[in-house]
Design a protein around this ligand. Sequence first.
Ligand SMILES: [Fe+2]
Length: 258
Amino acid sequence: MVDIHSHILWELDDGSGSVEESIAMMQVARESGTTDIVASPHSNAEFAYRPELVDQRIRELTALTGGAPRVLRGCDFHLSFDNIDHLLDEPGTYTINGKQYLLVECPDFHVGKHTEIVLRRLVDAGIVPVVTHPERNPVLRRELSRVGEWVELGCLVQVTALSVTGGFGGAAGAACNKLLDRGMVHVVASDAHDPEHRSPNLDKAHKAIRSRYGDDAAEILFTENPRSIIEGLPVAGGKQPCLAGPKRWWQFWKEQAD
Ligand SMILES: [Fe+2]
């Protein structure tokens, strides 16, 4: 599996607090079957993004862990008018592995009307925004159709593995299921912040998606699409046919019990 969103590097944001914690996160990722993980520290009003330091920490962590999983650079880019100028000047500083895909985080409690305008500017500049965890945003949860509009614009959507398994509560879980049922999810990622509570384990969510939507859907959401993203290859946007027709609830629960 390929994990395109994590806060695995230490002391850069609210993620890993120490090199030991980062090493422990690498171990969790490796043991749950992750071969590649994107280190994507925040870039927002609270945390400045320092690409050289990110590269340095990636080199250190790789040396300490033998490079399993492989660590690549990305950024959890907080969407606002203030910071997009530098992004448009130097997109490769922020995009995943220097390719065309960018993790885009919406504000927690307010999604301005300008969001569409900014997203369109990014798409027009050749950047593919990957909207991160809309299921955890209370504003977007009330109007999930907006997420559909962004997908029509050319954005991809990433949900958090822990939302799939209910770890972010019922409202986030229900919104996550709705997005999946509507075919509006392109990637599942960990958004890991520590080795334990918000860990880089993708395995449990992978099993849940496999039970509900089948092997092909799990392969696409956890491996194929995220691998194409890190390699800069095209990803089929729009509605995801692999998620069409989720199994009936009784089939799902029967398989869980088996
Ligand atoms: Fe994040």
